[in-house]
Design a protein around this ligand. Structure first.
Ligand code: AMP
Length: 280
């Protein structure tokens, strides 16, 4: 596995690979890899000839007071995992190379970025879209793999690609969960054993809603969300930020659950913020 830090070095390597007409698969990450990331990498490995992974804790997608500084990082551990997964190229750019002092250009996907997560993290998706487009321009992948765990991000990146005619296919990969249902996340490592137990309430709420829809045939969002919110609000030490049922295309709230609807939520346990969703 090649490990490159410099943008120009990656571009040179990509030119070399493109001359051989190889299909390039790309998995952008912030590192501290877990089974969720690995599932994306395996899909890329299956479908592409040459797999690029980036590890970059992108400062511009963190708001003031968020966890940029303390976000978990362990490059040596990640490198071992990536070698085992037969990744061809690891790109680990430096912040000062991605955002030189005179950086001025931002990508904003209007409307979609202001909903759900956007209400609590107003500049988050501006940072995500800007870095993802930069990475696409550097890596020039044929396919890029994103997790449904961050469904709003996936919807927004797809919209950006469509609106800006970016020549890449965006592939969504299903959420990987731990044995008890907790969505795998680098941020789970912040949780004490007790808080991890509490964190499960978001999955329990989503699971309850799914059961009420599939087993009891209840489809009214207000009834379902009320039941879900109850589970979260009855968990001591957990703060509910939102639990919403939205149309997966435009992220607008829906009155009834049907195909193409997502129920998404965010909770806070102390300083730790977690998100999850289910898609119908
Ligand atoms: P991150 O390192 O958190 O920026 O995530 C990098 C990519 O991995 C994103 O496309 C995420 O949606 C995806 N991802 C994170 N957690 C999971 C998970 N539990 N299951 C599937 N994909 C995930």
């Amino acid at each position: 596995m090649k490990i490159l830090e410099k943008i120009e070095d990656v571009k040179r390597e990509i030119r070399r690979i493109k001359r051989k007409d190889k299909k390039i698969g790309f998995v952008p990450t912030m590192g501290y890899l877990h089974e969720g990331h690995i599932s994306l990498i395996r899909k890329a490995r299956e479908e592409c000839d040459y797999v690029v992974v980036s590890i970059f804790v992108n400062p511009t997608q963190f708001g003031p007071g968020e966890d940029y500084k303390r976000y978990p990082r362990d490059l040596n551990r990640d490198i071992k995992i990536l070698k085992k997964e037969k990744v061809n190229l690891l790109f680990v750019p430096k912040v000062e190379d991605m955002y030189p002092k005179d950086f001025k250009t931002w990508v904003i996907v209007e409307d979609l970025s202001e909903k759900l997560e956007g209400k609590f993290r107003p500049s988050h998706f501006r940072g995500v879209c800007t870095v993802v487009l930069k990475l696409f321009n550097i890596v020039e992948p044929d396919c890029a793999y994103f997790g449904w765990k961050d469904a709003q991000q996936l919807v927004i990146v797809k919209k950006m690609v469509e609106d800006l005619n970016i020549p890449v296919e965006i592939i969504g990969c299903k959420t990987v969960r731990e044995k008890d249902g907790l969505a795998a996340s680098s941020r789970n490592t912040y949780l004490s054993e007790k808080d991890r137990e509490k964190a499960l309430c978001l999955y329990k709420a989503l699971h309850k809603i799914k059961e009420m829809v599939e087993l009891e045939g209840i489809r009214e969002s207000d009834i379902l969300l009320k039941e879900g919110k109850k589970i979260i609000e009855n968990t001591e030490g957990v703060k509910l930020q939102y639990l919403e049922a939205v149309n997966l295309k435009n992220l607008n709230p829906v009155k009834k659950i049907k195909k193409g609807v997502m129920v998404a939520g965010a909770i806070k346990i102390g300083k730790v913020r977690l998100i999850d969703n289910i898609i119908f």
